[in-house]
Write a protein that binds this ligand. Structure first.
Ligand code: SUG
Length: 419
């Protein structure tokens, strides 16, 4: 086989719930206290993966994490029954589903030692996400265990916040060619925290042995963070030679575009002006939190949330874009509403790894038959609903644990991944 882009999607865990834990994430805040549907959420995610397989893309998976995270609660000197409600909710969160925050990935062709480097994200800014990394790292070490192909790194130390690939873009002539790696960091965000710190981005670039002459550090605009773009992938997405971004995504857009054009003359920047789609509508619609993918026949498609087209200025802009002679030729709407209600669109749910699929542990790759098997387990075991008040219910917790054990066993990973 040869180098391909592989999309690894996080399977939505059985504890998926709406506890309103993410300051600056408007969807999470506005759905706080709502009743979630973990089974429907996981099935929606699996359908998205199936869709991508049918498009001819290579699809991978990451497993949900063991919840409640008793080890983390133990390190805080408490337990699921004794913890304060917000700590219990943090220990129960299924937030590892958003695999774009699992790690930052630099393909072999960009690194000095010819290995594909992956650095697990520390996610220190949000308490409920700060304890994801040990279980994520364990999965990365299994999925990418081939030492001849991959180097998997632990997290950048706190206090420097690192949220992984959600703040990283790669532009290149084609996936297998050397790329320009772009790290987007925040400094200020009005009332909201900037979750990606430049110190962390620079550390990841050094650890990945990137060529400084082909690496850019770009500041996210304060207006974007203040409007609810808690990650860059809410206002911009890149694929091969195309950068698709909102006009107000970056603090110094002109300087960034100029440096990018000098480094990659073939780059095509598809910019959505604020006069066509406001920042608020861009964030409400999650237009940019789409998977911009190259189809086997060579055209690019935008796998976007189905509700994006319900917002009139966004629909108009998309219709005009597809009718024009631009690089994005096809729209593929997908229903991931359960994830969207916590601020996670199609792009949040996946981590892109450009690598040879033959080097990846096959337990982390899926085809349609394997997706069917996973969907059967989800349909049978995952809770149908969870209200935040249920989070301490011992029967619910037992069910969540049983769901996880069944899936991990089914995928042949029970000897390797454990609570
Ligand atoms: O970190 N939501 C996630 C959404 C992450 C989206 N990822 C990307 N943009 N790549 C977050 O804010 C909500 C959890 C809650 O409120 O229970 C949450 O964590």
């Amino acid at each position: 086989m040869s180098v391909r882009e592989i999309n690894f999607d996080g399977i939505v865990g059985p504890s998926h719930n709406y506890a309103g834990l993410s300051l600056g994430n408007l969807a999470s805040a506005s759905n706080a206290g709502a009743v979630s549907h973990p089974r429907a959420a996981a099935l929606q995610g699996l359908e998205k993966m199936r869709n991508n397989v049918r498009l001819g893309l290579v699809q991978g998976i990451f497993l949900p994490q063991w919840r409640p995270d008793a080890a983390w609660l133990g390190s805080l000197g408490t337990s699921v029954s004794d913890a304060e409600p917000h700590i219990r909710a943090a220990a129960m969160s299924a937030s590892s589903m958003w695999a774009a925050n699992a790690a930052t990935v630099s393909p072999a062709v960009d690194t000095a030692d010819g290995l594909t480097h992956l650095t697990v994200a520390n996610l220190v800014t949000m308490p409920h996400r700060s304890h994801e990394w040990p279980q994520t790292l364990a999965q990365l070490q299994f999925a990418f265990s081939a030492r001849s192909a991959f180097a998997v790194h632990g997290p950048v130390p706190p206090p420097f916040g690192d949220e992984g690939a959600a703040n990283h873009m790669r532009l290149t002539d084609h996936h297998g060619a050397p790329g320009i790696e772009i790290f987007v960091y925040g400094e200020a965000g009005g009332p909201f925290p900037a979750r990606q710190h430049i110190e962390a981005s620079k550390a990841v670039a050094r650890i990945h042995r990137l060529d400084p002459a082909r690496t850019l550090f770009v500041r996210q605009s304060e207006a974007a963070i203040a409007a609810g773009a808690f990650h860059n992938d809410v206002v911009a997405v890149a694929n091969e030679r195309v950068l698709f971004a909102h006009e107000q995504a970056f603090a110094d857009k002109d300087g960034f575009y100029e440096r990018l054009r000098a480094l990659l003359p073939c780059v095509e920047i598809v910019e959505v002006p604020a006069s066509a789609v406001s920042l608020a509508d861009a964030i409400r619609s999650y237009l940019f939190n789409a998977q911009l993918v190259t189809l086997p026949e060579g055209d690019m498609a935008l796998v976007l949330p189905s509700e994006a087209q319900d917002i009139v200025p966004v629909r108009r802009w998309l219709e005009a874009m597809v009718a024009s002679n631009g690089p994005i030729r096809r729209l593929v709407p997908v229903d991931v509403r359960q994830s969207m209600a916590n601020g996670g669109g199609p792009a949040c749910l996946r981590l892109r790894v450009v690598a040879d699929p033959a080097d990846v542990d096959p337990r982390f790759l899926v085809d349609e038959a394997k997706l069917d098997g996973i969907a059967d387990i989800v349909a049978h075991y995952w809770p149908e609903t969870i209200a935040p008040v249920d989070l301490h219910d011992t029967r619910l917790i037992a069910r969540i644990e049983q769901s996880w054990l069944t899936l991990v066993d089914h995928l042949g990973l029970s000897g390797d991944l454990g609570p």
